[in-house]
Design a protein around this ligand. Sequence first.
Ligand code: 2P0
Length: 322
Amino acid sequence: MSAVTARAHPNIALIKYWGKKDEELILPVAGSLSLTLDAFATTTSVELREGLAEDRLELDGLVRDGEQLARVSAFLDHVRSLAGASGRAVVRSVNEAPTAAGLASSASGFAALAMAASAAYGLDLDARGLSRLARRGSGSAARSLVDGVAVWHAGTDDESSYAEAVPAPPMGMVIATVDGGPKAVSSREAMRRTVQTSPYFSAWVSSTEDYLERMVTACRAGDFTTIGQLTEAHALRMHALIASTEPPIRYLRPRSVEVFDAVAGLREDGVEAWATADAGPNVAVLVQPQGAAETAARLAAIVGVDQVRVVGAGPGAHLLPE
Ligand code: 2P0
């Protein structure tokens, strides 16, 4: 059989997902909201091949085994159980994110895999079904199925936890890469530690629900200033939460904090720019299209910022023609 190929992009959350209420189903403790990017795509093909004893994974041209293969194979087992199929597959995946820059994402990876694998195994899923499926690979992947701005409803079960589009004003991001080193603690493990040890966890859940509601309202209203304020404040709340674990985890580096300060300086000069950061030291700065060039120039001038890249809103995961 010929291969089915899909392409997906990473997303950056403006309201963050941090913590699960069900690890098996990957149900988050609260909803989140993100911008799918138009850069750093993952392209993945899935080919069913008769006679294979186990799935085969090629990532960026190298055959992978161990944990990486196990995670992809477990995901394919779920697809096979939905499809009533048993055949093994060859998965080939290529990331356009610069290696070691901390930008390769499980979101684009599992969004592309969900799209390609569901088609290869003959599942006929609608947009919601695809988002739910991608979620089972990696929570944030549920949002990379969606064009532009996506809200992921936390839901209460497998059925009700999925992402869908939210209307929003034009916006993009300037991504400042400050340190290419590997992550100290994976986000999956750090989330678990947070749920188990942070004394602030229940406040995080209630404040995220409150922020999400305000963010969806601001997106629908096209109110960029409120979107930006909520984005930066929510990111800092997440990093404060993560720092409150036992033992503590800190993802931001001194350079990351410098970028947050430079972004505050841009605002003082009248450029609407707002910073956010995920489970790592790189900083993504939310801007309107007219503010992107000045923001990029200002961030590129900071010593220790390795790379600055302007990105826009991108498409959700989609199949590529054969
Ligand atoms: C987010 N992050 O909302 C948050 C903010 C990182 C910081 O989603 O365990 O790789 O596979 O569901 O999706 C990273 O978590 O975690 C993440 P799993 P995932 O983008």
